[in-house]
Design a protein around this ligand. Structure first.
Ligand SMILES: Nc1ncnc2c1ncn2[C@@H]1O[C@H](COP(=O)(O)OP(=O)(O)OP(=O)(O)O)[C@@H](O)[C@H]1O
Length: 508
């Protein structure tokens, strides 16, 4: 029986029809996937469901009853909980206090601090979440915070729970805990709406699926069994994508980047590797393997204990990002969204910000070139926006990522590009375009280091792969010898070995 129904939902923003006449329903006790390219309207639909935004037209029914809520609070009382990418807990309060804010335990009015903590502790144990209820939320990793949000949904007996890309900042262990919690919620008869760009998760968790494209319903699968990856991809993109990697051989030139015996306070074992002109070197490893730490040492963002970096044979001054940049190295960080967006500025300005110095050596702006550059990247990366003048803050999360990526990919005079998780949160259509840009840059002689925790991506686009595990290089394999099993085996920590990474698994 249909438990959650969307009927003819429409929602527009100036210049954008974010949702146009979207109707579909979800059965009781089902996990329902919501997929679509960046800007397709997924978050907008969830915002309407959560009472955060009012639809221009249409209605939502839960258990046959039309919902008429005008705020998040109303939706909450109707049993609808949304777990956003940006988490909603109060960092200064403890875990127990945050859960109390969610009205748990609801009955009986006043409750003293000690009882509260003990009640929450036994509840968390019952659900299977290993978090200290007396810990301040600000001291928890992102993964643990997300677990607390989910605990809230379980404890409140929510009827509808929407999760917006929940695993994007979780380790694989945390993701597994999340998946088992989702199973529990499902067994209680809740409806779970699951937004994700990761097809493997969708296939693993979801019973049914809706695909949105340009704000419209592109496909609805009441049963996911029987659908294929290729089918879903073409429903999202509106065209066939036969090979999203599109790797082709490139001539490799002289040695461009050499890193020798690099080590630092958070990466104790010396690491060496090299990349030729035209080569794409993939760094694979699970979260916490030390890849991002390696990148920071290479770039000079973290101080080295020892080691040298050479570009075209010339030593790069250590511990000085400016020296790395002057030597032709660019680091495109993992957390682009929070590190990179200049709020209140247009897409155009956000793209041009760092290449500007090449266009305008005397500080004079070149509006024509900047506009052309912005238009090129908007088209290539399929940024969904009415215009390049749009304030970046109005873009969907994935489209913001694309703009920031465009900024790095449009840098000129770069010899070495180090790019961390290039396609996190980015849809499949734009992914293949990003890979094409990387191949083009490599063909122009750039040495490219791609850091990724997605094995298909690393195997799909690299010429060579370095596998890291617990702060060490566990394998270095060239393309014809890529083998999924052996790469994964090399990446999995040996349970008996002591970790050498000097930070918590997720404490960044
Ligand atoms: N406040 C706003 N003002 C103007 N346009 C907006 C606003 N919020 C969203 N949009 C636009 O509505 C469209 C749908 O955005 P939405 O965030 O729902 O996409 P999404 O499918 O969740 O994408 P992503 O996968 O990138 O998170 C986008 O074109 C976005 O730019």
């Amino acid at each position: 029986m249909a438990f959650l129904e969307f009927k003819h939902i429409s929602k527009g923003y100036p210049g954008v029809q974010a949702l146009a006449d979207v109707s579909f329903s979800v059965e009781k006790g089902a996990v329902h996937g919501l997929m679509g390219e960046n800007g397709a309207g997924k978050s907008t639909l969830i915002r309407v469901l959560s009472g955060d935004q009012a639809a221009d037209a249409g209605s939502i029914l839960i258990d046959g009853e039309e919902q008429r809520y005008g705020s998040v609070r109303d939706a909450f009382h109707a049993g609808v909980i949304v777990i956003h990418q940006e988490l909603q807990l109060v960092p200064e309060l403890t875990v127990a206090e945050n859960l109390w804010l969610g009205r748990f335990p609801a009955k009986g009015g006043v409750i003293n601090g000690k009882t509260l903590i003990e009640t929450v502790r036994s509840k968390l144990e019952e659900i299977g979440i290993d978090v200290d209820p007396s810990a301040k939320v600000s001291s928890l990793s992102i993964g643990a915070r997300q677990m607390v949000e989910i605990a809230k949904a379980v404890m409140l007996d929510a009827r509808v729970i929407a999760l917006d890309e929940p695993t994007s900042s979780l380790s694989s262990r945390e993701s597994e805990i999340l998946f088992s919690l989702i199973e529990k919620l499902k067994a209680k008869g809740a409806v779970i709406l699951y937004v994700s760009h990761r097809l493997d998760e969708i296939f693993r968790l979801c019973d049914s699926l809706t695909v949105l494209r340009d704000g419209k319903l592109a496909a609805h699968h009441p049963e996911i069994a029987g659908t294929t990856r290729e089918q879903i991809i073409s429903e999202m993109v509106g065209r066939e994508i036969s090979d999203i990697w599109g790797w082709r051989a490139r001539p490799l030139g002289e040695m461009r980047l050499e890193a020798k015996d690099l080590s630092g306070p958070r990466l104790r074992n010396p690491i060496s590797f090299s990349v030729r002109r035209g080569e794409i070197l993939g760094f694979f490893g699970l979260i916490g393997a030390g890849r991002s730490e390696m990148a920071r040492l290479l770039y000079g963002a973290d101080a080295r204990d020892q080691g040298q970096v050479r570009i075209d044979g010339a030593a790069v001054l250590p511990d000085d990002p400016k020296a790395a940049i002057d030597a032709g190295m660019v680091l495109c960080p993992e957390d682009r969204k929070s590190d990179g967006i200049v709020q209140g500025r247009s897409i155009e300005e956000n793209i041009a910000i760092s290449s500007r110095r090449h266009f305008s050596p005397f500080g004079i702006l070149n509006p024509k070139k900047e506009a052309a550059l912005a238009d090129e990247f908007i088209a290539r990366l399929r940024v969904r926006t009415p215009s390049r003048k749009q304030d970046i803050i109005n873009l969907s999360g994935g489209n913001q990522q694309k703009v920031i990526l465009g900024r790095w990919l449009s840098e000129q005079g770069v010899k070495v590009l180090v790019i961390d998780e290039p396609t996190r949160g980015i849809d499949v259509g734009a992914k293949s375009e990003i890979y094409d840009i990387l191949y083009e840059l490599a063909a122009g002689g750039m040495a490219i280091v791609v850091i990724s925790s997605e094995l298909p991506e690393v195997m799909g686009i690299s010429d060579r792969i370095v596998v890291m595990c617990q702060g060490r290089v566990a394998a270095d394999v060239a393309r014809p010898n890529f083998d999924e099993r052996s790469i994964l085996t090399a990446a999995l920590p040996d349970k008996n070995a002591a970790g050498t990474i000097q930070h918590q698994e997720h404490g960044r």
